[in-house]
Design a protein around this ligand. Structure first.
Ligand code: GDP
Length: 433
């Protein structure tokens, strides 16, 4: 669904407006400075079109001060939106905070609809007209409290929102969870698929016109239906003399595109190959949840086990956070552990940390482990927010450049504190002077 970010400083009546638009009394109508709450997302419909509404909230974080915290929040909210509804209190007119927000909105280059709120009577209409001077086009005069003008405002919003929003990570909502089974040739993908599918395959009625060679398979496991992606490519074992690697990696990347979670199969009876680490990197970079399955465990012996532990420490540092299962597609060993591992990884992938919790954690981290002083200056993390899930993405606002070692430290501590098992996380840093 297209996403509309509702942006404005505290007390302009954003939450009342959001309530008006969603037709419920749900948004927190407490734009009281000092109340920290997260961007709240609602679904709304207007003239049969559905869209998402993100209320960027009333914010105050001590370290940043009110203006900067509102700005930081708005920035992240706008980044994740398709259009912006900018709300100004017509009675007060544009303040410095409003001007600062306008700069951020302009920089983002997204379509904007200007709402002049609190136009409760005719005398306020002149105030609304003053807002033409902001250069954001027509100020739509609205009384969020009494409902006046909200229909016209929504018409303008619908015109600003794109019909089909840009694809976000190829993730569609609902339906069976989508699993990509990946790994280099001969690690046992096809054997594992046969083992887990067994009698658990969901037979889809062969309607006229449906393909006889379905690429994806629905498999019932642990009481749920899962969609295994591109299984035709796994079963149809292509033997190519040249270009095999190329086709294998093409298949891997297209399966990852469509999946939510990757089960990476590794042959535990052989040393880790370069192709294994390449596939692992592809999965991590795709931003999918990850489970590592060591197959052919029936062939495991003392010596191999010794080397395997070394490999895991040295070559798999990039996926230390992934759950591991040691299985055998041949004997069926530990097959029942696969689904819990997948579910753990998906849960980590969808974890959302509230801004209040995140900033409490960051405050402690900065106090107990400050960034080293560089060139007489000490960069500090001022404020952070989680910009998204699937996978978790964080934006940190800092007073200076944070070096790589410190970023890694932050990631490690985030994982220690909040888990994030089975998911890559991304942290981006924005520097504030
Ligand atoms: P794919 O290319 O990844 O689909 O691999 P296959 O499923 O075709 O398996 C490659 C070879 O490994 C076949 O000879 C399988 O019988 C064998 N194999 C697969 N899984 C296991 C296992 O768990 N243990 C043992 N010992 N052999 C296995």
């Amino acid at each position: 669904l297209p996403v509309l970010a509702v942006v404005g400083r505290p007390n302009v009546g954003k939450s009342t407006l959001v309530n008006r638009i969603i037709g419920r009394r749900e948004a927190v109508v407490e734009d009281k400075p000092g109340v920290t709450r997260d961007r709240v997302t609602y679904e709304a419909t207007w003239n049969g079109r559905r869209f998402k509404l993100v209320d960027t909230g009333g914010w105050e974080i001590d370290v940043l001060g009110l203006d900067a915290a509102v700005a930081a929040q708005a920035e992240v909210g706008i980044d994740n939106s398709d259009a912006v509804l900018f709300v100004v209190d017509a009675n007060v007119g544009a303040t410095d905070t409003d001007e600062a927000l306008i700069k951020i909105i302009r920089r983002a280059g997204k379509p904007v609809v200007l709402c002049a709120n609190k136009v409760d009577g005719p005398s306020a209409e002149a105030d609304a007209a003053m807002l033409w001077s902001l250069g954001l086009g027509e100020p739509h005069a609205v009384s969020a409290l009494h409902g006046r003008g909200s229909g016209d405002l929504l018409d303008a919003v619908m015109a600003a929102l794109p019909d089909a929003p840009p694809q976000t990570f190829g993730v569609v909502e609902g339906g069976p969870r989508r699993v990509a089974l990946i790994g280099r040739p001969n690690v046992g993908k096809s054997s594992l698929l046969n083992k887990v599918a067994g009698e658990n395959r969901v037979v889809v009625n062969e309607l006229a016109g449906t393909t006889r060679d379905p690429v994806d398979e629905l498999i019932q496991l642990g009481g749920k239906t899962w969609k295994f992606i591109d299984t035709a490519g796994i079963r149809r074992r292509v033997h190519l003399t040249s270009g095999a690697d190329f086709y294998a990696s093409l298949r891997t990347s297209s399966a990852l595109d469509k999946a939510e979670v990757a089960v990476i199969l590794v042959d535990s009876s052989e040393p880790l190959a370069e192709q294994d680490t390449r596939i692992i990197s592809m999965a991590v970079e795709s931003g999918r949840a990850v489970v590592i399955a060591y197959n052919k465990w029936d062939q495991m012996d003392e010596e191999r086990r010794y080397y395997l532990e070394r490999e895991i420490e040295q070559d798999l540092v990039q996926v230390q956070w992934a759950p591991r299962v040691n299985v055998s597609a041949l004997t069926g060993r530990h097959m029942e552990k696969l689904v819990p591992a997948i579910e753990t990884a998906l849960a980590g992938w969808e974890t959302r940390i509230s801004t209040a919790r995140l900033n409490a954690f960051l405050g402690e981290l900065v106090a107990s482990h400050p960034h080293p002083v560089r060139g007489g200056k000490q960069p500090r993390i001022l404020f952070g927010t989680q910009a998204g899930i699937r996978p978790p993405r964080f934006v940190l606002f800092a007073s200076g450049f944070l070096e790589a070692g410190y970023r890694r430290y932050v990631e490690r501590r985030l994982r220690e504190e909040f888990g994030f098992v089975g998911t890559p996380i991304s942290i981006s840093v924005r520097v504030r002077e």
